[in-house]
Design a protein around this ligand. Sequence first.
Ligand SMILES: N[C@@H](CCC(=O)N[C@@H](CS)C(=O)NCC(=O)O)C(=O)O
Length: 220
Amino acid sequence: MSRTLYSGNRNASSWAFRAWLALREQNIEFDEIIVDIRRPQRWKNLSEIGQFSPPAAVPVLLDGESVIYDSSAIMEYANELGAGELLPKDLVLRAQARSFVAWQHSTFSRVCPCLSFESAFYKEKKQLTANEIKTANWVYSIWEAHLTKSTGAYLFGDFSLADIALVPSVLRLKSHCPVSKEFPLTRRWVQQLLQREYVQEWLNQAYALDPIYCEGYYSS
Ligand SMILES: N[C@@H](CCC(=O)N[C@@H](CS)C(=O)NCC(=O)O)C(=O)O
């Protein structure tokens, strides 16, 4: 059966990055069509996606005749295709890993909203406000507390969907506010996460592109 992932620009589509990463980490074969979501072509291109996928957004996975949309559904699907290795075996840990994914999916973009995924690739970073620094450190303290309880190098021991969901957020926060020595486990986790082969593959392509500037970034 043939699978095609409709993804987005490497330096713009954090949602596609998560879905792509889950599929790659599970060694699932798929073709990829990168949809240009930069303005103004974004609207025409996404309306074409809307011809077969109701949200008219990327990522979308076409699996044979079946359409699977939304990054979280694609991540879960990748996990199940790969025998469930991307979620903890323990029931409670599995629920907690899904909490991380759900938080990322629902409201995590409210954390330092001006530090978009696109901004992670800007050569000249803006000066963070005191509030943004405080917020980034608050997030690091949450990750640190969680890693203290982990039995392995990742949030839930082995690499999981929780780690995958957070890669773009790790990148946008860490590229503006390095993780201090106060959070040693988070520093190590971030380093390991960003060094993973497929994360590197995506990021190398992203860094090679012209940056996509988001309005208000330097003035916020
Ligand atoms: N909840 C969706 C969000 C996807 C999303 O917002 N994708 C962006 C590109 S990164 C998009 O296609 N947006 C189109 C739109 O919002 O109209 C998911 O997780 O897949």
